[in-house]
Write a protein that binds this ligand. Sequence first.
Ligand code: SAH
Length: 208
Amino acid sequence: MRRLLIDLLREKGIFDEAVLAAMNAMPRHFFLDKAFEEWAYEDKAFPIGNKQTISQPYTVAYQTILLEVNKRDKVLEVGTGSGYQSAILASLGARVFTIERQEILFHKAKKLLAGLGLGNVRCYFRDGYKGLAEFAPFDRIIVTAGAPEIPKLLLEQLKIGGLMVIPVGAGKVQQMMRITRVATTEFREETFDKFRFVPFLKGTRKAE
Ligand code: SAH
């Protein structure tokens, strides 16, 4: 089933062999609730609880390719969710720092990633708008929730020469953007296709 998903991604125009290999090796069904397990290898987003979703495989591939990660890169991910995107980045050799604002999802993903032996992912229960200043600067930043605007604090945590991939838009639809920090105060923006993400919200939400 996983191989068929990879074939489908190729048909949809995903050609990066390293990203496809990482996705081919990752058991996506571990990241979904039991009720959705049998659909784990369809190219769809699914609910993971607390009104959140695991990103569609095509979207994960798309953002990962734009991010151009190198082995050992320090990568900040905002929106851990199920942990699937973090797992793909880690299997590409990145050192991943991932933040989630919902405590329940944070605990679940942390346990799952540790169980998969992905030691190069560190999970934090924080508000992603603030990033992780104590570990900055990052080579790469990836935001996996729809941002009404580009958060300033995240731009400040990007290395010079570093890239940030972020879906931007105040409504239901976001434009995928890539920002390169060319110099301390100089940023270059590129725009790509449109996507639909769950919203990038402020503050944290504790488990009840
Ligand atoms: N990368 C995830 C996608 C999850 S959906 C995956 O592979 O499954 C986006 C996630 O972003 C949700 O879990 C949501 O709770 C989280 N999120 C939204 N706003 C946030 C914020 N300010 N800080 C951290 N996480 C946030």
